[in-house]
Ligand binder design. Structure first.
Ligand code: BDR
Ligand code: CA
Length: 315
């Protein structure tokens, strides 16, 4: 089994990814660590606690960062995931639960130390908790198995940005953290908009899940109605992008993706704030801020049918 720490800001596609992880027999979920993003951290933490109960997943939840490393907290975007972060269907009304006492970045460090070489960090929100964990204990870079992130856009897909023409939400929500995490000497695999905006769950497929995947499938269908409408109206997709799901599936089914390798920077100010820059291995340029950094892996292509059937086969 793969030991996973799931760093998340639920969020509708986060909820879809969690349902997959909970049902994936090859996953051993060690912890859910929460971060601001699709809502404030109190909202995303409450959602993480709610979802683990609702899906019957036995995993501790740790609250993490409530603001980015340097910048002020981003303006909420309730038109994407709803005011409650889960589609405003009233599911969370009256729900109260408490996370674990430990701060998420500390928990990340402790678990990586407890299982050296075994832990996959799957991060699908702003990268603040990972950056704070690196600050607490820089040596975790050599102890983690892999860091798989949903974030960024690297230049091949239909979309370069979803919050600005060049910036993806998780990166722009804490660009300093993203730059720190993407340039650290640990093995990163980035699943960006290039592939996640191709991984579309159609309305028909979502409805089908509602029929075949029991209570969980129906719940995911119900919370994703507004999210899907946004994609349909804004992007012209007949369905919704499974951003965080694609990253979760990449952990278990790496062969469903094609890859490029290179060094990565995140832009931390100016009009391109939040953009991710990949300098591909083997391309030569005059000296620049992408030199002498660890070479990372980014997704370049995706087998969309493969991703959809991987999701259906587990759920
Ligand atoms: C990412 O931003 C969030 O809104 C989603 O949950 C996903 O992690 C997509 O850009
Ligand atoms: Ca997310």
């Amino acid at each position: 089994k793969m030991k996973i720490i799931f760093d998340t800001d639920p969020g509708i596609d986060d909820a879809m990814a969690l349902a997959y992880l909970g049902a994936q027999p090859r996953a051993e979920l060690l912890a859910l660590t929460t971060v601001f993003g699709n809502g404030g951290v109190d909202i995303t933490t409450r959602n993480a606690l709610y979802l683990t109960q609702r899906f019957g997943i036995d995993v501790p939840v740790y609250r993490g960062a409530h603001t980015p490393l340097v910048l002020p907290a981003p303006t909420p975007a309730p038109h994407v995931h709803g005011y409650d972060g889960l589609g405003d269907i009233g599911a969370l009304d009256g729900f109260v639960a408490e996370p674990q006492a430990t701060f998420a970045p500390q928990c990340i460090v402790e678990l990586i130390r407890e299982y050296p070489g075994e832990v996959t960090l799957l991060a699908v929100g702003p990268l603040t908790n990972l950056a704070l964990a690196l600050e607490l204990d820089p040596e975790i870079t050599g102890l983690v198995k892999e860091v798989v992130i949903m974030g960024g856009a690297f230049g091949w897909g239909p979309r370069r940005g979803n919050v600005s023409p060049v910036a993806e939400a998780n990166v722009i929500n804490d660009p300093h953290a993203a730059d720190k995490v993407l340039t650290a000497n640990w093995p990163i695999r980035a699943v960006g908009l290039d592939v996640t905006t191709q991984s579309i769950l159609s309305t028909a497929a979502a409805r089908e899940l509602g029929r075949t995947a029991g209570e969980t499938g129906q719940f995911l269908f119900d919370i994703s109605r507004g999210y899907e409408k946004l994609y349909t109206q804004r992007d012209g997709f007949a369905g919704c992008a499974m951003h965080d799901v694609a990253a979760a599936i990449a952990v278990f089914e790496p062969h469903l993706f094609g890859y490029a390798r290179g060094t990565i920077r995140a832009v931390t100010d100016g009009i391109a704030i939040g953009q991710t820059i990949l300098k591909e291995e083997g391309r030569s340029f005059p000296p620049g801020p992408w030199d002498d950094l660890p070479v990372q892996t980014v997704c370049r292509e995706v087998d969309v049918e493969g991703v959809l059937s991987a999701y259906h086969s587990v759920l």
